[in-house]
Each structure stands twice: as C-alpha cells, then as structure tokens.
Design a protein around this ligand. Structure first.
Ligand code: ADP
Length: 887
C-alpha cells in the first residue's frame, strides 16, 4: 500500500517525469509482487517467450524473406515460362505445322521442282523467316539435303547442304518434333532448331522435313525483359546446358554432372559450338544457392519444349531492417506483456489489499462498535456517576450520574459543569483548589458538596482524570460518588466511637476515682496499723495487726493493679527515662520475694550475667513491676522446685545500646497451650478455679505485657503443663555511667540514721479534707512530736498560713473550695512580695495524672503519694524540718 506521506512527497515534485515516478512506484510495488510465485512464473514465461521469439525472428527471418521473395520469383518464372511457351514453343510449332503442310514445301519435297515452284518456296521461306524473326527457315528432302532455305543477312542460302546426320533431321524424320539447341555451323550464332517431317499427303509417307532455327538472343532478351534486378534466370536444355541466361558468363555451362560419353557426344554434335561446357559455379540440386556472396532461391519449371526448363534465381538479401523491427516489436510486445501482467497483478494486489483493508476496517469498526457498546454497558451499569466535561461543558454522562443529581441527560449535556455546584463561589473554590492539581496528576476521591436539581446539597467524592493532561480543554472524566449514606454511617460511627471513648474514659475515671476512694481508707488502715505496730503491742496483738497489714497490703496491690490497668487503657501510662542501677533496683524488690519463696519452701534464684551493664536508662519502677509480677506468679503457681530470674545480654544495638533478655522460669503447674494467649488479656486466668485457689485479678500479665511493649519489647511465654513456665522478654536499653545516676534518695534517710526520726519539732499546717487521712496524719505527726493544725480546704490553708507561723505545710491536692495547687500558688505569690519560703509537701492519692510534675510546677517542694506511711512521711518531713533548722 502506498504510504500517504509518499504520495504527498511525490505530488510536491510535479516537474519529475511521470514515467520516472510511475517506474519508481512500480518498482516499489514490483519488488513485493515478485515474491508472488505465480506472478514470477508468468513473468519468467513472458521473458522466455520473448527470447524465443527474438531468436526465431533472428534465425527464421531469412525464411520469411524467402517466402516473401518466392512470390515475386514465382511471378517472374510464370511470366518467363508463359512467354517461352507461347512465343517460342507454340509459336514455332504452329509455324512448322503451317510450313510442313504447305503445298510449296510438300511439292518441293516430293520432287516437283520447278523454277516457279522454287521461287515460291524461297519466297515463302524468306517470308516465314521475317515473320518468325528466325535466323533461318529451310526445307530438307528425305535424304537430308536442303531443298530451299531463307537467305542469311548476306543473301546466302543453305540450299544443297546435307544435314542427314543432324539430330533435328533424324528426329523429324522419325515423326517427332524436334527442338534442339545447336550452334549454327554457318553463322557462329547459337540457336534453337525446330523441325517437323513433311508428309506426302494426309496419312502419307515422310518426304522431307521443315526446319526453323531461331537465335538464342531473342530468348535472352525475353529473360532480360522479364526480370528485376534481384532475379536471375536461365533456360536449360534437356541435358542441363544453359542456353540462355541473364548472366553472360553462365551461358553454355552445365548445370548437371554429365557422363563422359554424353559430354563427348555433345561436343561432337556441337550444340554449343566451341564452348567446352564448363560446369556452373553452383549446382541446382538445392533450393537455395550461394553465389557471389549472395543467397538465391531456385525455381525450376519445365516449359513446353520437351526436357527444357526455365530456372529462375531470386536473390534473398538478409532482411536486417525487418529483423530489427521484428526484434524490437517482439521485445516491445514482451515488455508490454510483462508490464501488463505486472500491472494487472498490481491492480489485483491493490484490489485485494483494498478489500483486505476494507475488511480490516470493517472489522476494526465492528470491534470499535463492540467496544463502544461494552463501554456504554459498563458506564450504564456503573455504580458511580461518570461525566465527561470538555471546555467546561458537559459532554456526556452515565445513568448513575443522572440518578445522583436528578437531572436527565438532555438537561445536562451542553451545559456548564458549574450547574453541579451549590453556588458560584463553591465552583470557583473548586477550580482554584483542584484545576492545577488535575493538570499535573489525576485527582482521587476529593470530598466536595454538589447540588442536586431539587436544590439539595449532597456530599460527594470526586475523582478526575484529564484525557490528555496537562491540557484540560481536551476533556476531563469525572467519577462522582454520592456519599450521603457513607457520611451518615461515618457520622454514626464517629458518634459511636466518641461514645465508646467517653464510656471508656468514664470507666477509667471511674476506676481511677474508685481506686482513689479505696486508697484513702486503705491509707488509714495501713497507717494506723503501722502506727499500732510501732506502739509496742503484745505478741498476740502484733500477730493480728500484721495480719491486718498483710491483708491491707494485698488489697492495696489489687487497687494499684486496677489503677495501672486503667492508666494503660486510657493510654496514660507514661514511662520514666532515668538512669538507674539494675542490680540495685533488683535488690530492692527481691528481698521481699525471697521471703515469700522461703515461706513456700521454694528456691528463688536471681542470675544477672556479668556482661549485663548495671547502669541503664529507663523506668526502673515499671521494669521491676513486671519482674516482680512474673516472679510472684512463678512463686504463686509453683509448689515445689524453684523460680529463677535470668538476665542476660543478647546483643549490642549500638555504641551504648544493648538488648537485654529477661526470663523468669518456674517449675510450677504450667499453662495449657489453649490458654497461653488468653492469660495476657485483662482479668483472664488460665483456670477459673485459680481465683479461689491462688487468688489474683488476672491483670498482672495484661499490665506487664503492655509495659513491656511500651518499653519496646514483647512478653513471651514458653510453658509445659505440669512442668513449669518460662516468661521472657527482651528490651533495648541505653547504657549510662555511674556518674549519671541521680542523687540517691537514701541520702536523706542517711541523715536520720536508725529509721525515721521520732522526735521532730515544729508546727505543721495540715490541709486535708478527708477525715481518715487527717486523723492518721495528725496521729503520726503528733506521735513524732510535732504540733499540727489541721484545716480542710485550700482557702483555710492560705488563711492559716497568713495568720500563723508554720514550719511546713502538708497539702492535699483534692480539696473542696480551693484545691492544693491554687492554695500553693497563692502562697508563693504572696511570698514574692513578703519574702520567705515555706516548704510545702503535696499529698495525693490521685495518682492518675502526672501529679509529681504538676505539683512541683505549682510551687510545691516535695511530693508524697498516698497511702502515706509513717516512715515515708517522717523521712520527708525530717528533710525539710532539719533543713529548716540548719538555715
Ligand atoms: P493473676 O495472677 O493476678 O490472676 P496474672 O495476669 O498475673 O493474674 O495471671 C493470669 C493467669 O495466668 C493466672 O491466673 C494463671 O492462671 C496464669 N499464670 C500466670 N503465671 C503463671 C505461672 N507462672 N504458672 C502458671 N500459671 C500462670
């Protein structure tokens, strides 16, 4: 197929010859066409035929030429033969008949010779000679003697000569008409003799003979007059001797090979006079002879003289011009054939190509329509609205789009897309926000409000894709989804989530409040019990008091667990990041556990690898909480054997980062596989009977796992039922140096060797609204030798501070009217004006918040978590009061 570009290029050069162009285009197509086997065969055949014809023309044209020349030769031959027959043979035959039957001749031969008779005879013969244009006419008697003869040019006659031995006489006497060619002996002139016997009467005896002799010159002139320049002719005697010829040099030469005897005879009879009868330069055996570098075709025809022949030679020159023309014609015809074949083929190929192209086009069109139909179906069936916008105008939209916005397709098509927006400003804002983005990449799921036909505004998501980004004018396909329902569901969900969060928070607050509420009386119980134990009870009383204290301690642990749990749940468990000594921290917690182990007859082993660095950065309290919980569980669920805490260094994570492995292994009851995950859930126990048998809330592991996760690890469990369990976790720690450790709290205690000071002096302002706490604190403080002024609100506290002198204030945080923070702030504000600084120790059971930080921020000097213990309270007070005294 011709390339469109090609056509264009060619038409741009009209100056080029059309032939050249067509040839170029032809060669352009012939190359592929020649790959066609049938065509190739056809073209080869044409070329072969052309060559064959050319060869045939080259080699066969002389034959053609011969055929052409043969006609003119035949004409010449016929004319010559006719002339010889008519004007020689018949003419003289008739003359002989006339003469031989004439009375003059007959009577002369019969011997009736008179002078008048002789004269008449002579006269008749002379007349006959003239009329016949013969060289001589004479009469012989039966003995062969000339009775009378026409005169020759000089008036001499042959009368008296005897020709009895001459063949023309002998044959005439034998009754045959003789035509023989001889040289006349009298004149050296070659001639033909015609002789006829003379009968004595009708049916009578031969009495003599009449002889007419004509000169061969007249025949030669016949020949010359009849021929054209390309023709030669000759008259042959029965012996094949040329008597007359168009060429002088051929005369009296033999055209046949004569026997020796016959030649001698002829020489002797002198029919050719003195000529020695040389053979012709060519033999007439062939139909074609070659003479003097020329080809002649030969035609031999008999004449009416018995044994005599006329031979014509037609020169056939090689028809160069004809051959050339024929070859050219052949080549031209071959070329034309080839060209036509190629053209036809090309035509067919083009037609075929066009047909195929059309078929292909039809197929492509069918495919396109099919695809279009499919697309239309897809678009129609689509659950999202699809709209095509070109130059800001709506080009088309699918059914769903009409359903979403309530317009019919006709109402939409051709209108500005702005119609979908609730207002001009909304549309402008949309264009401002998204047009550029759309030109750069496709937009996905933008939430935007659109307006329906009835005016309702609905939330939609829009996704847009430019057909030929970044040119938006070519069209943008928008996919529109009505998300009213989804929004509603989302809102409901959000609502539900908020409610759930609120409920969860309420739960946490409730738990926190409850634990706060529980801790307050617990505070009282533990404090008073401790106080009573310190005040020298009887051994019996001591036992009971200790029982109370243990029970209260257990209860306190449960409360603490619940508090921790609610902190974790509320996401408010925060970890400290402080340098600490791992071994010291362990020392602080293991002693108690060792006592428990001993009481159960179990071995508690703590093994810390030598490679484990001692000073780490982290939250020691929470780490110990997890470890203590695991060891406590181990002790709880083991009846015989051991509980081992193993701490080892797993690997280094960086220059001063280590990964430590903590594992607590026991030889206890183990945990069933099915329960191994459940036990990490809050309030879950492997066996419900455990509550009764072992106690516990099911919170320890749940809290432990969460703490470990917060620290960047995971709490795992390996266990074999009946054999024991192994809880383990690995944690990353930053390694610190000894110097980084904070001042040990125990340093204060060191100031009061032998436990908390028992005899402190000073005035304490106690701000506490809670009766039990107040009672407990007052009891402890007074017992230690201090004077106490209790007040129950922040306001009262500030007032009392303004009015009286105190050495220290113990300030509860949660109080009616004015809370502890506010009270302290006011005191500190006044102190800025008046000068001075009264130590304020915060007391709080409200351990939910970051109380410590907040307290210090508010201007407090120390922080005391409830439940307050005697030692804790007096230690802290001792620090400030002592310090006060030092000042
Ligand atoms: P608690 O021990 O207070 O019930 P935990 O969360 O610490 O709560 O433990 C949950 C449950 O996991 C326990 O009740 C017990 O069934 C099982 N469990 C924990 N530690 C062990 C252990 N070392 N051996 C056997 N069972 C254990």
């Amino acid at each position: 197929m011709q390339h469109p570009g090609q056509t264009k290029k060619e038409t741009r050069k009209p100056g080029k010859s059309r032939l050249l162009r067509s040839l170029r285009s032809f060669s352009g197509i012939s190359a592929p066409l020649l790959h066609d086997r049938a065509l190739r065969r056809r073209i080869s055949t044409i070329i072969l035929l052309t060559l064959l014809v050319t060869l045939a023309v080259t080699f066969g044209s002389d034959r053609i030429a011969r055929m052409i020349y043969r006609t003119s030769q035949t004409t010449a031959t016929h004319r010559l033969v006719f002339e010889i027959n008519e004007f020689v043979a018949r003419h003289f035959d008739r003359a002989l008949t006339y003469l031989s039957t004439s009375p003059q001749v007959r009577s002369a031969c019969m011997g009736n010779r008179t002078a008048a008779g002789n004269r008449d005879l002579f006269h008749m013969l002379a007349t006959a000679q003239g009329a016949l244009d013969a060289s001589v006419v004479y009469v012989l008697d039966a003995s062969g003697t000339v009775l009378g003869s026409s005169p020759d040019g000089s008036g001499r006659t042959l009368t008296g000569r005897n020709y009895s031995s001459q063949p023309f006489f002998l044959q005439a006497m034998a009754g045959q008409t003789y035509h023989g060619a001889v040289f006349g002996t009298a004149a050296d002139d070659p001639g033909i003799y015609f002789s006829r016997q003379v009968l004595s009467g009708k049916g009578g005896d031969p009495v003599g003979a009449v002889v007419i002799r004509i000169s061969l010159d007249s025949i030669n002139s016949f020949i010359h007059n009849t021929l054209n320049k390309d023709q030669e002719a000759m008259l042959l005697s029965p012996d094949g001797v040329v008597l007359a010829a168009s060429r002088e040099e051929w005369r009296f030469r033999t055209t046949r090979l004569l026997t020796e005897q016959r030649r001698n005879e002829l020489v002797k009879n002198r029919p050719a006079g003195g000529h020695i009868l040389r053979p012709m330069p060519f033999l007439l055996k062939n139909s074609l002879v070659h003479y003097n570098g020329q080809d002649y075709i030969v035609d031999i025809t008999a004449v009416e003289l018995p044994g005599w022949h006329v031979v014509t030679l037609q020169r056939v020159p090689y028809p160069f011009a004809v051959v050339l023309v024929l070859i050219l014609l052949t080549l031209l015809t071959g070329g034309m054939f080839a060209f036509t074949t190629l053209s036809v083929h090309r035509e067919q190929a083009l037609t075929e190509e066009v047909r195929l192209g059309r078929a292909e086009k039809n197929k492509a069109e069918a495919d396109r329509l099919e695809t279009l139909r499919e697309l239309e179906t897809i678009l129609a069936a689509s659950l999202v609205g699809i709209v095509l916008v070109r130059d800001g105008l709506i080009t088309t939209a699918n059914e769903r789009m009409t359903a979403i916005l309530g317009y019919t397709l006709e109402e939409m098509v051709g209108r500005n897309v702005q119609m979908f927006f609730p207002g001009k400003e909304s549309f402008r804002k949309f264009v401002r926000m998204y047009a550029r983005q759309l030109a750069q990449r496709e937009l996905e799921h933008i939430e935007y409000k659109l307006q329906k036909k009835d005016g309702t505004v609905i939330p939609c998501t829009l996704s847009g894709k430019a057909i030929a980004a970044p040119d938006l004018s070519q069209g943008v396909v928008w996919v529109v989804e009505d998300i009213t329902e989804r929004k509603r569901a989302e809102n409901e969900l959000e609502q539900a989530r908020k409610q759930a969060v609120a409920a969860s928070r309420a739960k946490s607050v409730f738990l926190a409040n409850m634990s706060h509420e529980l801790r307050t009386p617990m505070n009282g119980i533990i404090g008073i019990t401790g106080f009573m134990l310190d005040s020298g009870p009887t051994p019996d009383q001591r036992k009971r008091l200790e029982l109370i204290r243990t029970s209260a301690g257990l209860l306190m642990r449960i409360i603490n667990d619940i508090l921790d749990f609610s902190k974790v749940e509320a996401g408010r468990l925060e970890l400290e990041e402080t340098p600490f000594s791992l071994r010291s921290a362990l020392d602080g917690v293991i002693a108690n556990l060792a006592v428990q182990a001993r009481q159960k007859g179990l071995t508690l082993t703590v093994h810390v690898d030598g490679q484990v660095p001692d000073i780490l950065v982290g939250d020691p309290a929470r780490l110990m909480q997890v470890i203590v919980n695991l060891i406590a569980n181990g002790l709880k669920f083991t009846t015989a054997g051991e509980v081992v805490l193993q701490i080892s260094r797993l690997k280094d994570l960086g220059p001063d980062q280590v990964l430590l492995l903590f594992a607590v292994r026991d030889t206890g009851i183990g945990i069933a596989p099915a329960k191994r995950e459940i036990i990490f859930e809050a309030f879950a126990q492997a066996d419900s009977s455990h509550t009764r048998q072992y106690g516990g809330t099911g919170l320890g592991l749940s809290i432990g796992r969460r703490i470990v996760r917060l620290m960047g690890g995971e709490l795992h469990l390996d266990s074999e039922q009946g054999k024991g369990s192994r809880f383990w976790f690995s944690l990353p720690f930053t390694v610190a140096r000894q110097d980084d450790l904070p001042e040990p709290e125990s340093a204060d205690a060191a100031r009061c060797p032998g436990g908390p000071p028992n005899n402190l002096a000073g005035r304490i302002l106690l701000a506490e609204d809670e009766f039990i706490n107040t009672t407990l604190a007052v009891t402890l403080l007074e017992d230690a030798g201090l004077t106490v002024k209790p007040v129950s609100t922040g306001k009262e506290a500030v007032k009392a501070w303004q009015e009286e002198e105190f050495d220290c204030i113990l300030m509860d945080i949660q109080m009616p009217e004015m809370d502890g923070y506010e009270a302290v702030r006011r005191i500190r504000e006044q102190e800025i004006k008046t000068g001075g600084h009264i130590p304020v120790i915060a007391m709080t059971a409200y351990a939910m918040d970051d109380d410590r930080g907040r307290c210090l921020e508010a201007g407090m000097d120390a922080y005391l978590a409830k439940p307050i213990t005697r030692s804790g309270l007096l230690d802290l007070l001792g620090r400030f009061l002592a310090a006060g005294r030092d000042d």
